[in-house]
Design a protein around this ligand. Sequence first.
Ligand code: CAA
Length: 510
Amino acid sequence: MTSSVIQPGDIGEVAVIGLGLMGSGIAELIARSGRRVDAIEINQSFLDQGMARLHASLDKAVSRGKLTDTARDEILARIRPTDDVSAGVADADLVIEAIPERIELKKALFAQLDEACRADAILATNTSSLSVTEIAGGTRYPARVAGLHFFNPAPVMKLVEVISTVLTPPEIAETLALLSRDLGKTPVGVSDRAGFIVNALLLPYLNHAVHLLETAQATREDIDKAATAGLGLPMGPLTLLDLIGLDTCLAVLETLQDEFGGTRYVHAPLLRKLCDAKLFGRKSGRGFYDYRRQSTVADHELAPVPGEVALIRERDGRLDELASQITAAGIGVVPQPSDETGLVIVAADPRHRVLDAALAAGHPAEVVGVHFAAAGNAKPGLAELVLPDVTAAGTAAKAAALAARIGLNAVVSRDRPGFLIEALAYAQFNDAVRMFQDGYASPADIDTAMMLGCGYPRGPLQMLDEAGAANVVGVLEAMHAATGDPAFTPVPLLAEYATAGNLFRAGAEG
Ligand code: CAA
């Protein structure tokens, strides 16, 4: 390789190989920036599909008044589709590979690029989690191979992870970072490690959501709502799995599992089953949800609202507001249940079983726990209705009817530590602390990556600070005790911060 490294301003022609969901978005982004694009697929049929996706995306922008007809035509004129890889990359200053996540395919392609590209061209892979070093290893000039990882949908999400291997000179990472800025993105530089920042945090969280679904902790809709209404995330985990593609998610989890081991990355059996059934999510028409027809959520009839509710109030006044709301709706509230009481409400704590409070209150079959999302959530106000397994079948229906009557935004969870919101969030916070503890990324970079890559309203470590490290440790310990799963053990640094009362994002804007 020549000693001079291409500068961002010199990158006038970019070859994008693989025009799937990510590749077509990346090709569009680059053509929009005024650069020439070689849009490459391995056969005419895939090429036609990829170009159709790209055309559709530009047409949509025109129809929404964000792009003129002329601008669209100019963008398209800069794109040269081809199914000849070697010819397509011959003049490129930069190649971005976005083919399926299979190491043998990537290594074979990079060996071909090695021969076909100019010696000074930079070769980037958009791999989600495979080893960039291994991909580089089979080439003559491994130092010019780096990772440039975009997020779905590529035209929208602002983050790009720029991945350096031990061989990547800083100038190449710098050029790719500057190029990313020129494309309107924010680059975060990281070293080559499975999942980089975002996928190493996102995928175990998504997988955990699948575990919750397959162990009947809640419905798919309630799991998603816990993340959107409870945590303020733009999409629920099951919807996001469908967006990314279940096959891609499974592949990333397998890479994480190979690199880190343990229990946190072991894929949920349901994820594999859906992949075996070729239900890959949105791209195949069906995954956790069915995209081929309009949602047919039945307007099921609500159960009658009980005339009298027992509400066991807490000394700290946590349920006072709820009591007022119920009274205002014309429903009697009593402090202790009697035989006339239709429903018994207790305060639920994600560290403890509601069952014990239910037994103490008497009438356990009629008990529902209520837990309001704690600090660390963007949109407080979502109530988790928690049902011990001894609860009578009709109790959930009565609680749902009550919630609807008083306008309470609610999800229903089985009585397992962490319920839904905190089980999902706190396990991810623990992973984020582990990443910082390992020296892989700073708290600020971790938070930036999750905000810009996945649309989080605030990063996981800032949310952790807001929820309180000691509280997070308490819930994680309860999750560990209940499941025996070591993945939920608070990592040592989190336990230390909890004891010392330190903040991970001290000085970060709230
Ligand atoms: N292509 C182009 N533009 C798109 C788009 C797409 N596929 N999807 C949405 N948009 C645009 C819309 O046109 C709209 O633009 P304007 O605001 O200018 O009108 C904007 O994005 C918002 O879209 P919507 O209003 O339709 O929908 P929304 O507000 O619900 O946002 C979303 C959609 C941006 C996808 C949002 O839900 C979100 O941020 N979700 C999280 C996505 C995420 O986590 N991505 C990372 C996945 S991980 C990954 O990709 C890495 C990997 O390796 C696996």
